[in-house]
Write a protein that binds this ligand. Sequence first.
Ligand code: ATP
Length: 367
Amino acid sequence: MAKVELRNLTKTYPNGLIAVKNVNITIEDKEFMVLVGPSGCGKTTTLRMVAGLEEISSGEIYIDGKLVNDVHPKDRDIAMVFQNYALYPHMTVYKNMAFGLMLRKVSKQEIDKRVREAAEILGLTEYLNAKPRVLSGGQRQRVAVGRAIVRNPKVFLFDEPLSNLDAKMRVQMRAEISKLHHQLKATIIYVTHDQIEAMTMGDRIVVMNNGTVQQIGTPLQLYRKPANKFVAGFIGSPPMNMVEGIIIKKEDEIYFTDTKNIEIIVPKILQGQLNNFINQKIVLGIRPEDFIVNQNQIPQKGISISAIVDVVEPMGSEMNLYLNAETTTLTVKLKLINEPPIGKPFIVNLDIEKVHFFDPETEQSIV
Ligand code: ATP
């Protein structure tokens, strides 16, 4: 297996569009690295440059320390799994998996061994003689993965492999690909626009936007310490609430206020830094899950927000509340209660240690 390094990688398409801008990422040996970001952020272009399917405009790609910019895709020892599976419809599952090896003139015996091993790992043994058309979406995706496994490549590249599957199958395949990663001890670069896939599968995640890397970290690092507003809003579901306001000083304490009905005390450990923001604009970030039920519905100074409940979405054991708090709307995730007060005033408390602040100009996190 292998380490992959992207150094100052840039891609300008012939029409002048700069799809990838000066990207630096190191994917360690055996690491599962996820590239995540909204549509058009440049993640597929990045992956295709690693595969050798897209010309590099500037920068370098190293695989195991070897510069591969000018190495032909087939000589990069990489296998790619595509979103649309790209199976040959007229070939059996066996042949689909074996075909690449046959082209490489691998012996029949070796091909047979590898195909049967991969089929076993992927639960495809009984389908080896079937044609792709009789398989379900999930099974077809497994064949596409099997075709990559038999090649025993240094690096696996996955480009949105689950986006054509239904919700249930996606969850199942997520677990299967994670399991596969542990079994194969493979280096994997996995592209998705789905932050839940990124959070559940990645050892580390690269969040991209507009062709640039916003932050690289473990799922928990990104969740707990987002570097900027973009990452904070992209990682986590429902997304983090962003409330615009200012920092004020009152009775020797520092507060955030939206200048209307929200007044939140700044946690002690952040007061030093936010001292520099007094009377200046700031953005408060609160995750929906960082609210707490206010049991007796009496506002508590510095930690409560009063609002009207617009919509309630019961989710089983939890519910999402959409609150109208005059200057802003808030999404709040709480344990399900029997009679959610739709259309009525409701007081929620904040887990004050978990709030985030962002500079409204630079959008960088203030930590
Ligand atoms: P998606 O999830 O929608 O595929 P992505 O993050 O993978 O998005 P890319 O496919 O890498 O994004 O595309 C990045 C940008 O480059 C987009 O604005 C896209 O329109 C543009 N782009 C992609 N391929 C080409 C091309 N061949 N010529 C010109 N522009 C392109």
